[in-house]
Design a protein around this ligand. Structure first.
Ligand SMILES: [Fe+2]
Length: 177
């Protein structure tokens, strides 16, 4: 069944107006999986014809959520990071992304991997506010990311598990995942 970007954004807005919490964000994740099935959406934003790189394709004036399309050429492993005060939903279209969730065990300041999963084409995963994650995607990966706010304006934390160092990064733009 056809499900356009506009319909997705309308649904996400309605959900987040009422339920800007874990349950609501998980409903946005489910809606994103519906959007990933839509051929016209994929053709327009995440296809062989899409320009390489990332592009913001929607920003909601009302609740502030943003939708970005990623058409990546090179594979990449990100360091563990969060999105500051924002949640993020990643939806895979082409290739796959291995996701690792990190947390510091009780009594320790340094983070360790606690859960890993692979997002395959058609699947979307939610990282809630302050949930630390790293991503590792394949060459030619295509995915869609929805964040609760414009990440260009938000300070985020980036972690080095080797040393335990944490850096706060401001205004990184939409460039990193
Ligand atoms: Fe992220």
């Amino acid at each position: 069944m056809a499900y356009s970007l506009e319909e997705f954004c309308d649904d996400a807005r309605e959900i987040l107006r009422v339920e800007d919490n874990h349950a609501g964000r998980d409903r946005v994740r489910q809606k994103l999986e519906e959007l990933l099935e839509d051929e016209a959406f994929r053709r327009a934003h995440v296809s062989a014809d899409s320009e390489p790189g990332l592009k913001q394709i929607f920003e909601d004036d009302d609740t502030g959520f943003c939708v970005l399309a990623y058409n990546m050429e090179a594979p990449r492993t990100s360091p563990p990071h969060d999105h500051g005060g924002s949640w993020a939903v990643y939806g895979q279209v082409e290739g796959y992304t291995d996701m690792t969730i990190w947390a510091a065990p009780e009594g320790s300041d340094n983070i360790e991997p606690v859960r890993e999963f692979r997002l395959k084409g058609g699947q979307a995963g939610l990282f809630d506010v302050r949930e630390i994650h790293s991503i590792n995607y394949t060459e030619g990966a295509k995915f869609v990311r929805v964040t609760g706010m414009d990440m260009a304006q938000e300070t985020r934390r980036v972690f080095d598990p080797e040393t335990g160092a944490v850096r706060e990064i401001e205004h990184v733009g939409t460039g990193s995942a």
